[in-house]
Design a protein. Sequence first.
Length: 431
Amino acid sequence: MEKYRICGGKPLVGTVDISGAKNAVLPILAAVVLTKEVCCIENIPNISDVSLSLDILSSLGAKIRRLDSHTLEIDPSHLVTHVVPHDLSQHMRASYYYLGSLLGRFGVARSSLPGGCNFGVRPIDLHLKGFRALGAEVPDLPDNGMIEVKANGELVGNSVYLDQVSVGATVNIMLAAVRAKGLTVIENAAKEPHIVDLANFLNSMGADVRGAGTDVIKIRGVDYLRGANYSIIPDQIEAGTYMAAAVATRGNVLVRGVIPKHLESITAKLEEMGATVEELEDEDAIRVSCDKPLRHCTVKTMPHPGFPTDMQPQIAVLLALAEGTSFLTENIWDNRFKYLSELRRMGADVTVNGNTAVFQGVAQLKGAPVRANDLRAGAAMVIAGLSAKGVTIVDDICYIERGYEDIVEKLQALGADIERIYVAPSTAQAM
Ligand code: EPZ
């Protein structure tokens, strides 16, 4: 099995180019089925979640042609089914976006109920509440692990209040509502940059979506959506991950191809801890450096524009290395601290009290064999390994490669001593 081998203690220095945003491209690929015309999507990151979404598109009957390493032409004119295959949808929660877009295309959609993940229960009650509000029939219970949503006639616009800010529910309701009859209003909507990106893509297809990026999104249904050419926004979480790695290794890194405004909450926290972050507006780039001890601070994850929960494990590594006592509160997920047991194996001094982790900073972490609990926890293990003294072996790297394009190559270009190694299963336990 493949692992990462990291020899830590080297400052990251150089330039890293940020790829397209995973959490923007997944809704946009699902949205392609809303039209019968060809779409050309640029700046698609080469990550396994995208590969899986493309497999779903192919299984539905879409034809996909690669124009270059990050550009695809997708022809959804001859879809053959409204059913997302279980063997594909079970591997990625975001496959449930096809419920909204297939409901919008065909008036019926069927997919497997998404499983949980490594940081707690992840219900979809708000997604289903939205579909019901638009007039779709939604069963109370799944049948054989699958869920089918069906419009009686056509979907009709309605107001939907999201009891909790939910990116997925906001996306799914947008995807179903763009073809519904009349006006849909989503209240308490998610405001993440990827919500705005989806709205921009839908509007480029001829939809009428207003207010994305605020907590009230208004969608006036249209009869027809045309094909569109679109370029995905840069990944704010990938950028934030490299920013945190630059600070953890006391390096100096130019993070290129970003939208600085999307990084404001991350920049603010890194500066509060003593890093220097310089926004080079004309270059769509930011330079992150840190050459002094990190200051303790308090971090609370919140929906955008607050500090993103998807940066929680990454910033935890910095808090573990900051002088004094730091507090990290997770307000989005009910159990997103599992990775801390791995960080403790590297010498972190941290205790968890409810949804708050309390860190007593240590001078340096020590390399150790660790595993990736999930995508962002895995990224945090890489950051910890890059900063630690000695060798760190990261297992379960498949999680990391779901959302980070060419992470080994990008880090090597920054001077990191990291390599992908193959460990035969028999010896894996011994490592
Ligand atoms: C998206 O997940 C992201 N995934 C997650 O990123 C991210 O952590 C999350 O948004 C929050 O920003 C993708 O975009 C593919 P939510 P999602 O619905 O949509 C509760 C990553 O690392 N909730 O905003 O599943 C839920 O339990 C991934 O890239 C309900 O109660 O998250 C959570 O507490 C990890 N009922 C909160 O809302 C629902 O129907 C926010 O969840 C839906 C959600």
